[in-house]
Design a protein around this ligand. Structure first.
Ligand SMILES: Cc1cc2nc3c(=O)[nH]c(=O)nc-3n(C[C@H](O)[C@H](O)[C@H](O)COP(=O)(O)OP(=O)(O)OC[C@H]3O[C@@H](n4cnc5c(N)ncnc54)[C@H](O)[C@@H]3O)c2cc1C
Ligand code: SF4
Length: 369
């Protein structure tokens, strides 16, 4: 009841023009989840990304799927791409990896070497770059049957997860052996295991508090306005409406954009392994009401960039209100701070209540009309 009231209070009006700018073209929208609890177990949202890939392989629509695995390398969490061909391999790659990757460097050779048709999962920028290659490389174009973009606020450099895992190692008194960024209901929790047998679970906010304040954000995200994956056949993300918070099953918001996306979605649904209901575009946008407009507004970041020594070409020509200016300034200030060898050590020493205050202040700014 309270959650529904909160949704009503937070509901925004979205003009056709804004919807077109933020989301791009689409055919259908769904709120969906994987029927198999095993497929939902380690998923970032409703496990639809994995269920879709598994069912497409089973139906013979694709031979493999480019997915992203996290590993521990020299004690640090790193993410790399592989082509999964079995259900087990797809499940092993589940969940969101909030750490920089080398998509083009790793994905293109993998797809070229793979003997068969693939679906590719990537962030919006990765899918856009891949599309450019598909236009000029016929061999690749024939192999890539489906592109799936994960909705993306921004991604983080390795230093962020490294800072978090050092804190966790100090708590556990052991060396990191495995790490999962996020699983479980609503915002979920992170999980880490150590060589002394200890395991730690923390609310995902243990990591996302820094992430949402843009500490250690990747630089490329400064110039990016693609939140929902304009160029993908299908985009997948969370629907952060409060009325879904008490829903026992977490779901994925699905944006089907192209005929290839529609074909793949229908083929996967035939197996009855994905439960799906219709969704309205305003539900998706209300759930991203702060992050998506901030992301799109490159103009705000462009206006403050020179003050912090960045160059951000303004490609959206958006209006910039005082609060959008200030929110962009806070994000870029924290990025600059993360790069400063002398002061970056302070970031993980700041008391969390102070960071939370900063985050609520920034959220407040982004909620202003
Ligand atoms: C960096 C990042 C930022 C995100 N930001 C938002 C956001 O602001 N708002 C929002 O609604 N959703 C965001 N998402 C998407 C969301 O977290 C889920 O990935 C999405 O809802 C799909 O969940 P699922 O349970 O259906 O997929 P799952 O079944 O968990 O499958 C996810 C698939 O994505 C692949 N994958 C994971 N991380 C990466 C990566 N970094 N690069 C390429 N492939 C990857 C996995 O290998 C897996 O195949 C983000 C994801 C990432 C990785
Ligand atoms: S914000 Fe844009 S550039 Fe940054 S990781 Fe996401 S899609 Fe890529």
């Amino acid at each position: 009841m309270l959650n529904q009231l909160t949704d009503r209070l937070l509901k925004k009006e979205w003009s056709e023009e804004t919807i077109e700018q933020l989301v791009g073209d689409y055919l259908h929208l769904y709120h969906a989840y994987a029927e198999d609890p095993q497929v939902r177990r380690n998923a970032a949202s409703g496990g639809v990304g994995s269920a879709l890939l598994i069912e497409l392989i089973k139906a013979g629509e694709i031979d493999g799927a480019l997915v992203c695995n996290s590993r521990i390398e020299a004690g640090k969490v790193r993410a790399h791409f592989t082509i999964a061909t079995t259900e087990q391999e797809i499940l092993e790659a589940q969940g969101s990896k909030y750490v920089e990757t080398a998509f083009m460097k790793e994905a293109l050779p993998l797809i070229r070497e793979f003997d068969g048709r693939v679906a590719v999962v990537g962030l919006p920028c990765d899918i856009t770059n891949l599309r450019r290659w598909l236009q000029k490389d016929e061999v690749l174009a024939v192999k890539v049957r489906l592109t799936i973009a994960l909705v993306c606020g921004h991604n983080s450099r390795t230093q962020l997860v490294d800072g978090i895992t050092v804190k966790l190692e100090n708590l556990a008194g052991g060396k990191l052996q495995s790490y999962r960024f996020r699983r479980g209901h609503w915002r979920g929790q992170l999980e880490a295991a150590f060589d002394n047998g200890a395991t730690i679970q923390k609310p995902f906010s243990y990591f996302s508090l820094y992430q949402n304040l843009f500490f250690y954000s990747e630089k490329k995200c400064l110039v990016c306005h693609d939140h929902f994956g304009y160029q993908a056949d299908i985009s997948l993300g969370d629907v952060w409406a409060y009325r879904f918070k008490d829903d026992p099953i977490k779901k994925t918001g699905v944006i089907v954009r192209t005929a290839a996306g529609e074909e793949a979605w229908s083929a996967a649904l035939q197996s009855q392994q994905i439960n799906s209901t219709d969704l309205d575009i305003t539900d998706i946008l209300d759930g991203q009401a702060r992050a998506a407009p901030y992301h799109y507004n490159v103009s705000a970041r462009s206006r403050v960039a020179h003050l912090l020594g960045y160059k951000v070409p303004d490609k959206t020509n958006s209006q910039v209100s005082w609060h959008q200016w200030l929110s962009a300034f806070m994000a870029l200030f924290n990025m600059r701070w993360s790069e400063n060898k002398r002061w970056q050590g302070l970031i993980f020493k700041l008391p969390r209540p102070i960071l939370k205050l900063l985050l609520y202040f920034r959220k407040g700014l982004e909620s202003l009309p």
